[in-house]
Design a protein around this ligand. Structure first.
Ligand code: COA
Length: 377
């Protein structure tokens, strides 16, 4: 018998900001900005020197993406046509940073559900799309704020796939004996990286934080999720990109910085990522002796309802219903790495002992990660 420790997901935690923005509110503010821009630039538009902006529409957003609203940390400034970005004041160095703060809230929930004390956790991985500074690592700040004491933490960024890459890393630590209890935390303040003036993408993202407690099976709570198999994949693409970084500082309110915020070729992403991810799931299922029909639930990355419909159709061989492939896009929008974890967090309690499911992420890089899990207890 192998002595290799078995990694499991013990619990998860979720922090949701208080405020949300509906499509109606978002489009009303965007269209005020468009009117303002077109009025102020009427002469230049008439002379052909400035492009006339087109209004956004609630119907388009819902049909194209499945998104109906999004939670944000700073609502009013985003909706102010003169500002159109969150206002999250810089904090002094002796105050907890906002990314760490929301990560800690999600982590505390996961720890409380497991009855685990922070000092029993060996490692914390802050796995997310956008880190607010270069160093010290946000993960180390979270380690300190939680009161973990010994152990270690580091940040990792694989964009929308950060959580599944973190899950495999944590599972490998458990298997190798480097750690017995690992927190994977995904704080996502996507509102700070979204171009709220860009009609093609202004509706896509929201803010949230999730946490996943990954542990060795012998110390986990009686009810947990055994990690059966994980697989990661990356393949370079410029179709989703954000050039913000310490070598090209900018300010989000500047109007000349569109490429320092999120940009994408949405259609290309859709066409290229759907077949890549569906095939990856099918191949990995096959490698571990599973068929699509063995999967009780798919907790897919939450970027676009149409993408999820197509991926689940290819995996199951038929259309998935909401119970088989739940969505949180309608209320949370795309929350980058946290999306599939929110879906898992909110939609796993009804599964029974022995049920198998799949957590799957995909996004910029391109990057994709699949994690097959089985309910125990
Ligand atoms: N309101 C109204 N119309 C809009 C609009 C808006 N906010 N944004 C775009 N349109 C228009 C376009 O101008 C275009 O008009 P045209 O046909 O006259 O040229 C039409 O709607 C279709 O635009 P398109 O960009 O092709 O839409 P789409 O159906 O591809 O949907 C996305 C856009 C972004 C929702 C979709 O491509 C997507 O979700 N892709 C995957 C994204 C993804 O997963 N990204 C990962 C991020 S981490």
């Amino acid at each position: 018998m192998s002595d290799t420790p078995v990694p499991v997901i013990s619990t998860t935690g979720l922090f949701t900001p208080e405020n949300s923005i509906s499509n109606e509110e978002l489009v009303a503010s965007f269209n005020s900005y468009v009117e303002l821009h077109n009025r102020e630039n009427a002469d230049a538009i008439a002379a052909g020197n400035v492009a006339e902006l087109q209004p956004s529409s609630v119907e388009f957003i819902e049909k194209a993406s499945g998104i109906k609203s999004r939670f944000v940390l700073s609502k009013e400034p985003i909706l102010d046509p003169e500002i159109m970005c969150p206002r999250l004041p810089e904090r002094p160095d002796d105050e907890i940073s906002i990314l760490a703060e929301i990560g800690v809230k999600a982590a505390q929930q996961a720890l409380a559900k497991a009855g685990r004390k922070p000092e029993d956790v060996d490692a914390v991985l802050c796995a997310c799309s956008n880190l607010q500074r270069a160093y010290p690592a946000i993960a180390v700040e979270i380690q300190d704020a939680l009161g973990m004491g010994d152990g270690f933490g580091f940040d990792m960024n694989v964009a929308c796939s950060s959580a599944t890459f973190g899950l495999q890393t944590a599972a490998d630590y458990i298997r190798s004996g480097s750690a017995r209890s690992v927190l994977v935390i995904n704080p996502e303040i996507c509102s700070g990286h979204l171009n709220w003036r860009d009609r093609d993408s202004h509706f896509i993202f929201g803010d949230v934080a999730t946490a996943i407690l990954v542990e060795a099976k012998d110390i986990a709570p009686a009810s947990h999720w055994e990690i059966l198999s994980t697989k990661l994949k990356t393949q370079f693409s410029n179709n989703i990109r954000n050039n913000f970084g310490f070598l090209n500082r900018t300010h989000p309110e500047s109007r000349d910085d569109a490429d320092k915020l999120f940009v994408q070729e949405g259609r290309k992403v859709f066409k290229e990522v759907v077949p890549m991810v569906a095939q990856m799931i099918i191949d990995q299922a096959d490698a571990v002796g599973l068929e699509g029909s063995d999967l009780r639930r798919l907790w897919l990355h939450q970027a676009n309802a149409g993408m999820n419909r197509m991926i689940s159709h290819r995996v199951l061989g038929r259309e998935a219903n909401d119970d088989e492939s739940p969505t949180v896009l309608d209320t949370y929008a795309n929350t980058s790495s946290a999306g599939s974890i929110i879906a898992f967090h909110k939609h796993n309690r009804d599964l029974k002992d022995g049920d198998i499911g799949l957590i799957c992420s995909f996004g910029a890089g391109y990057s994709a990660g699949t994690v097959f899990v089985q309910k125990v207890g």
